[in-house]
Design a protein around this ligand. Structure first.
Ligand SMILES: [Zn+2]
Length: 246
């Protein structure tokens, strides 16, 4: 029994992994979340959070006001939320080489290569903070990053734009597709998955058509939107499960 926790800016999701199945424990307000009040028995805990980790140490959290304390005496793993999402994407799609993007308040990236999470020196990915042009100020302190055009904090009337599909006509969406195309040429993933409050509501067909215009046909991966609000929590539990095996 492994607990999976997704700590977001507003809400915290908790799931329990029992053998191969997930049970949703609940969604809590992050500022009120108290792990000691979760009344379930577990052997290990995985925590996904929108924090940059380098060599296991938090080194930044551009879109999180504060990092809550999680106190437990059980084995635990704490990992960037988009990396947890990528790991879950690999398991749920059965693919070994996966590029994942989460679009919510910010844009997260996760990479799975050969079935393993690829982290580089800890921060690998982060397409949201790759330079796409201009001098717009980013939450991370940089300029002209993809997030400045396509992060939830940067898109005006995002809900409406998703509903009437105007989002696909924005400069931000074009830049998003260019960043994905460049990442595909670097990594040659079998599949690109999308998640998050905005990313989980995008149309994978539209993304596929737009990105395909930018890359040679032979590089074209599958594109899939993972419509599961608990994907990060589930991915963190799966990472913790692998930690126990070692
Ligand atoms: Zn940035």
């Amino acid at each position: 029994m492994i607990l999976g926790v997704d700590i977001g800016g507003t809400n915290t999701d908790v799931v329990l992994l029992k053998n191969e199945d997930f049970e949703v424990i609940g969604t809590f307000k992050t500022r009120e979340f108290d792990l000691s009040k979760i009344d379930v028995d577990y052997e290990a805990i995985g925590i996904g959070i929108a924090v940059w980790f380098k060599k296991g140490k938090p080194v930044g959290a551009p879109n999180l006001e504060r990092i809550p304390k999680i106190e437990t005496d059980k084995p635990r793993i704490v990992e960037n939320d988009a990396k947890c999402f990528a790991y879950y994407s690999a398991k749920v799609t059965g693919k070994n080489n996966v590029l994942s993007l989460t679009v919510g308040t910010g844009i997260g990236t996760g990479i799975v290569l050969g079935g393993k999470l690829y982290k580089g020196d800890g921060l690998a990915g982060e397409l949201g903070h790759s330079y796409v042009g201009g001098r717009r100020k980013c939450k991370c302190g940089g300029y002209g990053h993809l997030e400045c055009y396509f992060g939830g904090w940067a898109i005006k009337d995002v809900k409406e734009k998703l509903e009437n599909e105007a989002i696909y006509d924005t400069k931000g969406f074009k830049l998003f597709c260019i960043a994905i195309a460049n990442a595909i040429m670097l990594l040659n993933p079998e599949i690109v998955t999308f998640g998050g409050r905005i990313g989980g509501r995008l149309n994978e067909q539209v993304i596929s058509e737009e990105v395909s215009k930018l890359i040679p046909e032979v590089f074209k991966p599958e594109f899939r939107v993972i419509k599961d609000d608990y994907a990060v929590a589930k991915g963190s539990a799966l990472l913790a499960k692998d930690l126990l095996k070692v």
